[in-house]
Design a protein around this ligand. Sequence first.
Ligand code: ATP
Length: 237
Amino acid sequence: PDSHAILRVRGLSKQYANGHQALHALDLDIWRGEIFALLGANGAGKTTLISIICGLVNRSSGTVLVDGADNVTDYKRARQKIGLVPQELSADSFETVWNTVSFSRGLFGKAANPALIEQILKDLSLWDKKDSPLITLSGGMKRRVLIAKALSHEPEILFLDEPTAGVDVALRQGMWALVKRLRDQGVTIILTTHYIEEAQEMADRIGFINKGSLQLVETKHNLMRRLGGKTLSLTLA
Ligand code: ATP
């Protein structure tokens, strides 16, 4: 990844209306082209952080720049650059896969692009399901439809909130491969997970979030890659 931060978070704090402090002056830089895993226990602040970045929840203080666009004062431009795959499978409609994904692109004000939608559906192994209503799909397919939706407006950063929650072992490995393929196509990926093995398997860097504060760690894999394969005897937290 080059040194340009595609996402820059500075001094981000969040106090909910009930007084709970969910984020404490959090700083984070995400490098263009990396896979970043946000690892933390239930209630650590992962969803709060993602929701603020994506503009779904107001911050209390701090700034978020998405590829240079402030996500409050320049919200529309910032949001265009983001694809969000929510955790819950809110995909139980009678609409077809094709219409769902095409419509999603339209919501972002982008001109129809059937060739692009076709490419996305093929990449996600959904092409033979393009005319199927969502309600007839398996959980793993619905999750891929949500990813296709999130990619439909050609975002630069993709947020995946617990992409393997409730997914069996085979599908989990398929999801890992898919995420790496998207990264290889140039999409920056930020995902949340509860599993350290998953974070280590997939990510270039890991952010441990605990009670609204963050500790950054490079994965062994990434350190080796950056050092050109030289052996390391480092112990990673
Ligand atoms: P999980 O792994 O369970 O999804 P998380 O790391 O995503 O957890 P958050 O959902 O960001 O954690 O929650 C962080 C903290 O903020 C928790 O203590 C939670 O109870 C609290 N919280 C979240 N939303 C609200 C809200 N609307 N009002 C008050 N407190 C909230």
